[in-house]
Design a binder for this molecule. Sequence first.
Ligand code: G6Q
Length: 546
Amino acid sequence: MTPINIPEWQSLVRHYSDLKYVSMREQFALESDRVHDFSIKSGDLLLDYSKNRVTRETMSKLVALAESVDMTDWIERMFTGEAINNTENRAVLHTALRNRGNSPVMVDGEDVMPLINAVLKQMKDFCNSVHSGQWLGFTDKKITDIVNIGIGGSDLGPAMICDALEPYGIDGMSVHFVSNVDGTDLSTSLEKLNPETTLFVVASKTFTTQETLTNAESARAWFLKAGAQQDVAKHFVAVSTNAEAVAAFGIDTANMFEIWDWVGGRYSLWSAIGLPIALYAGMDNFERLLDGGHEMDNHFRTQPLAENMPVIMGLLGVWYINFFGSATQAIVPYDHSLARFPNHMQQLDMESNGKVTNREGQRLSYKTGPVIWGTPGTNGQHAYFQLIHQGTQLIPVDFVLPVNSHYPDLDHQSILLANGLAQSEALMKGKNAEEVREELVKEGYEGKELEGLLPHKVFPGNRPSNTLLFPKLTPEMLGQLVALYEHKVFVQGTIWNINSFDQWGVELGKQLAKAILPDIQNSGKVAVHDSSTTNLIKLIRELRLK
Ligand code: G6Q
């Protein structure tokens, strides 16, 4: 299936040529109910998508496109455990991990809910024993520091959530994330820690990832400078699908938390990969996160496409990427604790939809996933917002705005919110030449000086954004937000007819480094590479101090 050939896509092509010069500013002036028509609520979460380059006709054409690719059917196929990850012949069931209704979800004739519930129970018991002090370190001291060793999907999601749940952190418990094989990451984390009170969670779905195993081995060597071999069991637990490799590493499989091949790495924070979250913020709060994810799942599965938040966000993205030619999408949370939210979204989206081949294996002739990036507001305003306002590229922005702060004593929230709203308003409206002239005259400019400055102060406007507004960043809300973006990515993958759930590009990186490692470590003949790589290997050998 090639979406660009279907009549609904072609109809959007024609519609785009009519609409590309329509100004949102004028639309707002003419349409008093624009906000009402272009917003969706799911629980306490509001999506205002009125500041987009769309009309009612655009939205109905986009929804018709979603219908033409059988979106509702695809959603159901995912939720019911069909092997929609066709290149790996796997189901895609992150939604089952947060299926709080506990209705059966079948994979190959087996209901996976009992498996999921058993691991949740294991996590709960483990967290209780760590928090109550029943589980003690080798010198009978309470655990105070959790170190998660993992990378990619086994790091970014839980790290982002732990940052965001900082106000919910259990007293006396700290969490650290070590992912990079650069020794700096592990060394600087361990520097501050006491082996007697540190618990390592080695998180790897495959338990073969070079970076994670290297860091885990070095962490164990660090631990063994203080403790003995038999003490390792009290300080190392694992999360994996691979019990054999966990045992071979020396971790007691009784202290292993199972995940399954139908959980993709970047979708795994809801599984035992979320153990550091539960250890840091408590199992209750981890379950509240699952509740939020489940609420968004219910919305996604039951709402009509035209009132379905992930569907609408996904379609708007397609509109900009494939019709306006946008290459990137900014996600800007106006909440400092969401600093790593754009990073997680970057992996989620770019690893899922960074594809050039359709489900049937044919090369695509249209664009797929955008570059996802962003940092918290207001910091971004003093950096890259210049390009979003006045640059030559169209960059849609998602503004993520919690109304209330977890730190209300400092009366900063109104300023923060005012900034977020001001940016989206300015991007939409821009500032035309007359307005700039009026301003400059008021400031005392005239003549040549005024005319010279004027064009530089004009803002084209008509730059799209979504606003996601909610009362406060609770665990439930965080769950809703992450699930919203997960489903948005799936919606786009479905429109583009790609498999959003494999990641051969990541696998390639894992293979390539292993092939070059012997050339870096050994002094013998360098294997055959391109001349640039061979020369760089030789230089590295010369420059290395040991
Ligand atoms: C995620 C990717 C990738 C993966 C890491 C870590 O979807 O597959 O980021 O999570 O490569 O893999 P392991 O968990 O197997 O160590």
